[in-house]
Design a binder for this molecule. Structure first.
Ligand code: ADP
Ligand code: MG
Length: 397
């Protein structure tokens, strides 16, 4: 789960990391008051969406003006004007995709003078199974290009979970970032605070880009992206409270509300499967026969008819889906329940694409019987291979 920059900065502040003073604005009418509460003489007006690259983004609507999603203002009036220009409009960045995202919240922040822009992030490195601290002297809006063209300018330090964060981590990062004097101590303190935040809140990613050095020689977090491990959210009600559902994929949101494990993908074959392992195998075999899965979907072990219906609706709401493969191995999950769910869903939302159903296991005969008697145009499959071949053939001809 991701949160907005202004929310992440509140967490940073709570954990003692240096951030600027700022106010979030939800309604245009509040922008002037919010800006007036800050000192000036420079204000930065920032669109809050769950995507980076805002500074270099562009708005779809002419009414939002020519500038990107991060704008400088030299007076309270100008700050309010920029906030109003962006609110309600659609910002497109290299991370939003061409559809862009509607800006519903604006963060107005004290402007900083910048001597250097650095990059600093903490993330879970799957390769080493450790938390890694990633940093670069080349921070700011071109970090993707740095990663592409000069990857040696991005350094990574991993933390051994047995010993935790050590003093040398902070010093190494400080030297890698070319910091000097009092900045070294500030950097070590910052790394300690960020690490504590990262671990205590079960984070997946915490990115400060840019981390700046001010002309006075102090360091400060000017931007923050924060992501949390969805599987650990149950023990962080405070973080769950920061969720902004308007930022999430509507299909993934509906799935999470029905306790379905669903991840949208780019392919054309919708999959409804029980069990994560079988779901992975189903995606693999679809690829093997020359097509691409449109999603990962695990309905779980104890799915009800309602849950199956909901899962089916989510799959069919994806316009990329050109065919559906239902692949169920009934253990705890009974095949007749799946069959009833599929039929209920088809009656509810209709079926405009080919549907292949492979059932095996508990109550399989009953399940097959229910589908056969339903009169629906379902292609029955005998096993996983047969099912995959049939759906790929039905979609690709
Ligand atoms: P994004 O990464 O989405 O483009 P950032 O918050 O990193 O958004 O802002 C883009 C750039 O705008 C930063 O690299 C920095 O140069 C400038 N900027 C952002 N916040 C401030 C601020 N408070 N004061 C001065 N400049 C800022
Ligand atoms: Mg940034």
């Amino acid at each position: 789960m991701n949160i907005h920059e202004y929310q992440a900065k509140r967490l940073l502040k709570e954990y003692g990391a240096p951030v600027s003073d700022g106010r979030v604005v939800l309604n245009a009418a509040d922008a002037k008051t919010a800006a007036g509460e800050l000192d000036g003489p420079l204000w930065v007006v920032k669109a809050q969406i769950h995507a980076g690259g805002r500074g270099k983004g562009t708005f779809k609507e002419a009414g939002a003006g020519e500038k990107g999603g991060v704008r400088l203002a030299k007076s309270v009036e100008e700050a309010a004007k920029e906030a109003n220009a962006m609110l309600g409009h659609t910002l497109v960045t290299h991370q939003t995709g061409p559809a862009g995202k509607q800006v519903n919240r604006i963060y107005i922040e004290d402007g900083s003078d910048i001597a250097r822009e650095l990059y600093l992030a903490l993330l879970v490195d799957r390769q080493s199974s450790r938390v890694s601290i990633v940093c670069s002297t080349e921070g700011g809006m071109d970090i993707e290009e740095v990663a592409e063209n000069t990857p040696d300018k991005i350094l990574s330090f991993s933390v051994d979970p047995a010993t935790g964060l050590q003093g040398f981590h902070g010093r190494r990062v400080a030297f890698a970032l070319g910091l000097e004097g009092k900045q070294i101590k500030q950097c070590s303190q910052l790394i300690q605070n960020l690490y504590r935040l990262f671990v205590e809140k079960d984070m997946e990613m915490l990115e400060i880009n840019p981390l700046i050095v001010t002309p006075a020689g102090d360091i400060k977090c000017l931007d923050c992206k924060a992501g949390f491990d969805g599987n650990a959210l149950y023990r962080h009600p405070d973080i769950v409270g920061l969720r902004d559902e308007t930022e999430e994929d509507p299909k993934e949101l509906a799935a999470s509300q029905h306790d379905l494990n669903y991840i949208a993908l780019d392919g054309e074959i919708g999959c409804m499967v029980n069990g994560a392992g079988l779901a992975m195998a189903t995606m693999d075999i679809i690829k093997l026969y020359g097509a691409e899965p449109a999603n990962f979907l695990d309905v779980g072990g104890g799915a009800t008819k309602e849950k199956v219906t909901e899962a089916f609706k989510i799959i069919t709401s994806d316009p990329n889906v050109k065919g559906i493969l239902v692949n169920i191995f009934g253990g705890i999950m009974r095949c007749d329940v799946i069959a009833e769910g599929v039929i209920a869903a088809v009656k509810d939302v209709g079926l405009t694409v080919p549907l292949v159903v492979r059932l095996e296991g508990t109550n399989v005969e009953l399940g097959k019987e229910i589908i056969k008697n339903s009169g629906l145009n379902v292609i029955a499959a005998d096993n996983l291979k047969d099912g995959a071949q049939k759906i790929v053939k039905a979609v690709k001809g």
